[in-house]
Design a protein around this ligand. Structure first.
Ligand SMILES: [Zn+2]
Length: 142
């Protein structure tokens, strides 16, 4: 099952912002499709981390054993789905990443650190932006 991460932001004086590198940590909360248990804390996955998938032959970005029903669930970041959020998207929800999920559903996202942005006029780029306590940013899973 595929779940898209959508974000919405008000970009002022920024041309675009995006995550960079395979080290970027996507902090998410997950719900077990088998028993409904939700992870109490945010867990993270990144493109750089790959594990053999518990079921099937492919690889995945995260394996998480449900604390309640003990089922082994997994999730994979679809690399090709990753894209930046631009000034044209400002104020609208846009899919910036798609997760391929087995047994879990992402229910929440925490943007945190490691974002980069490019200025609107100067073409200056800003590295390692912290969106942890940002008020111009919101997200959802569809
Ligand atoms: Zn469960």
């Amino acid at each position: 099952m595929k779940t898209a991460l959508q974000i919405s932001a008000q970009l002022e004086n920024l041309n675009e912002f995006y995550t960079i590198g395979e080290d970027f940590r996507w902090y998410i909360k997950l719900k077990c499709c088998n028993c409904g248990e939700e992870t109490p804390e945010f867990v993270y996955c990144s493109l750089g981390d790959t594990y053999p998938a518990p079921h099937g032959k492919s690889s995945c970005s995260l394996i998480l054993k449900c604390k309640l029903c003990k089922r082994e669930n997994s999730l994979d970041i679809i690399k090709d789905s990753l894209c930046s959020y631009t000034s044209e998207d400002s104020g609208k929800f846009k899919t910036i990443l798609v997760f391929d999920c087995r047994g879990v559903t992402p229910i929440d996202f925490s943007p945190r650190v490691g974002w980069e942005a490019v200025g609107l006029e100067s073409d200056t780029s800003f590295a390692d932006i912290d969106l942890s306590s940002s008020t111009f940013f919101s997200s959802g899973m569809v």
